[in-house]
Design a protein. Sequence first.
Length: 677
Amino acid sequence: MNERTSARPLAESGEILADGRIRVVIESVKPEVDAGRFPIKRVVGETVEVEADIFTDGHDAVRGIVCYRHAGETTWREIEMKSLANDRFHGEFEVQELGRYRYTVLAWVDHFLSWRNELARRVDAADIAIAAQVGADLIAQAATRAQGAEAELLQGWSRRLREQRDASTLKHIGLDEELWLLMARHADRSLASSYTHELEVVVDRPLARFSAWYEFFPRSCATKPGAHGTFRDCEPRLDYAAQLGFDVVYLPPIHPIGRAQRKGPNNSLTARPSDPGSPWAIGSAEGGHTAVHPQLGTLDDFRWFVAKARERELEVALDIAYQCAPDHPYVTEHPEWFRWRPDNTVQYAENPPKKYQDIYPFNFESEQWQELWHELESVLEFWIAESIHIFRVDNPHTKPFPFWEWAIDEIKRKYPHVIFLAEAFTRPKVMHRLAKLGFTQSYTYFAWRNSKHEIADYFTELTRGPGREYFRPNCWPNTPDILTEYLQFGGRPAFMTRLVLAATLSASYGIYGPAFELMESDPREAGSEEYLDSEKYQIRLWDLDQPGSLRHFVARLNRIRRENAALQSDWTLAFHSTDNDSLLCYSKSGTAGDDSLMLMVANLDPHHVQSGWIDLPLGALGLDAGQAFQAHDLLSGARFLWRGPRNYVSLDPQTAPAHIFRLRRRVRSERDFDYFL
């Protein structure tokens, strides 16, 4: 990929070009989100592939370039665009630094290229002689735009065209590749067209694209029944999460919990003095959003916890919930930040029929909204100073869009490595708007997509639709708020299947544990997705060594993800035909420089054996239809020798509800299953 720099200023966004001699049209630029209103997303080392329709009147040749620069640079770098078909051009550049890049497209009529193309078609000697003089003038003009040795070289080429008389030699000179490269570097761009927008790309660290999250409650990490866990009690849980192969440990709110209107077990309105309350009811006399719950320890204890996590190559994510318990200091110090009812009480949170008497939402329409914004942004700054660089944001869809755009931009400008996960199970357009505004990753509807067609349609939309440029999915089969019907009634096979799906359909996924690996499946009541004896309202004592735990299955799955690069991104996901709607078949392939090929087959029926034929597009997968290929199941270790596009699978949910195959494109023989990379 050749590139050069240019100090030429691009047209300002929205500027009307007044010079009627500017003839090139640039339109349908991709990727572009809402006419450039929002940036696209990439991670360090990824490529931005830019395409545009570029054309002009008549038959003149046009050239286009992608201009790009990091926000910290003043000089534009340039990549030549290649012509595809039907006036479509393509160019690409690699993003190598965190932060924001800007990019746009510049194009112009290239008179020398037009001349060169015509010269190649000329056969009459007189025509060639006249054309040579025109070319000599164009080259002489280019020499005035060049400097030093290249200017002298161009002057020499111009003289050769003027002095030579033989038509064959003139044509040979005019079509010389070295001359073309010189002229391309010094093209006349005085009448170039600029695309109407300078577009942006936000560049995150690789963990934004590929990550495995493990959520647990620190207060449930004590080893004695009824005891309140502390940060220092959590060290064995950190060992456990690291052994399972997770990258991120995510903690629900760690702040003081309000006593007023505290909820009891199973969200009851009556709490006993010993009931710990919900961590999302933030704030008490001990402090608010920048304080640590005294029963968890001190701020020094939290720093110790973060350091211990780092020793195990785990990163800590904190829950950010912008809401208050009735006795949060904000309520008395800043009553203007809340909605007051006619009876002189603060309006608590409601989502009928649900009521959250222990939570007061902020009033973002307060006259003092600017002070509120700055205070909430300072909460993020506080925890970043305590080495927290990942935030899972609770219910961001209940706060104003302008606030999130401002707050995330403020943080990312100073700390471009910070990651924000949006916990917004809401309407699709709202979820997408939050992603556009700056959230790095987003929760999805995965938990409620169960059938073959629901899953295929939804993930095709996520990975092939226009939203993929800004919406990074993070799939969770369960959360403290979500125990789906599928998990309630599907038993062990349901948990295993949903884990495989979450971890292989999406490059980022998470589980709420130990409830997941211990297969907690009892709802609070029939028809509810709330857990019975939910950890949100009470302390639980977990037996991590419980027989039948899925911990080893989770560890194997995370190891497979780490060892196979094809599972570490989303855009290569492709679904394949099966003759049984209970079987879901899909693949992921490696990106540039990686030829790995993964094929997953899952039995979506947790109760019955399901079998059938899968159809693979061998050519699209890079498999030779005339050769056998090996399918190595990384879950069981079994190896199969397959031929042709149609192959038979049978999955018993009680023993193996899914296959994760690594496909090898060549095998030596049917007797020898060794493979070539």
